[in-house]
Design a protein around this ligand. Sequence first.
Ligand code: ATP
Length: 235
Amino acid sequence: MYLKKLELNGFKSFAFPTTLELSPGVTAIVGPNGSGKSNIADAIRWILGEQSMKNIRSQSGKDLIFSGSKTKHKLGKASVSLYLDNQDGRIPLDYSEIVITREIFRDGTSEYFINKKSARLMDVVEILAKANIGSKGFSVINQGMESEILKYTPSELYDLLEDASGVRYLQLKKKRAERRLKSTQTNIEKTTAVLRELLPHLNFLKREANKARKKEELKQKLSQLQRQFFGSKIR
Ligand code: ATP
């Protein structure tokens, strides 16, 4: 699996649709200061599900959208598409190419797509976790991050090691299963409470049903005896 293409449209300094073909062998992107090299890394981090604006050198979602220049108006939307070659099946999906797209609008709404189909952040995090890629891990190492890692709190370090060791996907699965288990537990409690309420009424209804059955039997017996009695009288 490798990152083969990146499409940027309206993201930070990329006012015009820009495609970066990253065929195997490309190891570096060079350019003058301020030309947008780090913006590319920010785009990758953002699409991997980065939630912290600080980590993508911004204050709010609006900062991710092209803010205008002398020659071009500001834009209303930014979108980035990340093309992953999955011919080796490292991401267990039936696609040889996986395209993850993230869009953001000026009102702050943001959307994800996997192979052009609308998806949730959770879906993106999960499929990337299956390939040991995560926004928090070592997949993207920014300038100065090595020294930052040394200052990590134990929990941040734990996150990093989880990503690196590939257990992130299992952790996500475990968390989801725990959530489901909790909601099932709540459902069981609710159902038990309803049952407890209904049980006395059910017993009462059972007694009434028995009485009605007995009444029907007696009614039939009575009409049979009446037929025999009046029959003999007539004879
Ligand atoms: P250096 O080599 O100095 O680290 P760089 O090539 O990594 O630079 P970036 O930091 O990626 O450059 O890009 C900075 C440029 O992006 C700045 O000129 C900044 O004005 C521009 N920029 C950032 N956000 C936006 C935005 N929302 N709209 C327009 N331009 C933006």
